[in-house]
Ligand binder design. Structure first.
Ligand code: THU
Length: 134
């Protein structure tokens, strides 16, 4: 019987494929993300840049906001793909958003040459500010 959850390589492949859609004419730095929800559905995102620069949105946040906008609320893990030898971690703003919507999610960093690494968000983003302080 097929597992209803995507394999690690499926999630990595989805992030690498999403990266192909990146709109990064200014930085040329293309990023893809694939976020797996509690049902096994995969929500993808890519970075979308803007001529003002400041309105640029990262691949991770596109994936989270797409997922939330379609009703997903609980998440299992996220793959993040960029073409760097030292694997690219999520930026600070994305760490905050990931923490808020996904909690201590598993993070799979990967590149197109088959390198990957698994991390936990709590190790990348210790002592986070969140709703528990409000
Ligand atoms: N970028 C992401 O999409 N995710 C990250 O975690 C790091 C940075 C994008 C934003 C911008 O379009 C480009 O990479 C360069 O910063």
């Amino acid at each position: 019987m097929l597992d209803k959850f995507p394999s690690e390589s499926h999630l990595v492949h989805a992030a690498l494929t999403a990266r192909e859609h990146a709109h990064a004419p200014f930085s040329k730095f293309r990023v893809g993300a694939a976020l797996e929800d509690e049902t096994g559905r995969v929500h993808t995102g890519c970075n979308v840049e803007n001529a003002t620069y400041g309105l640029t949105i990262c691949a991770e946040r596109v994936a989270v906001f797409k997922a939330v906008s379609e009703g997903a609320r609980r998440f299992r893990r996220i793959a993040i793909a960029a073409d760097t030898d030292e694997l690219t971690p999520p930026c600070g703003a994305c760490r905050q958003i990931l923490w808020e919507f996904c909690g201590d999610i598993e993070i799979l960093l990967c590149n197109p040459r088959g390198k990957s690494e698994t991390l936990q968000l709590k190790d990348l983003f210790p002592r986070a500010f969140d709703v528990s302080f409000l």
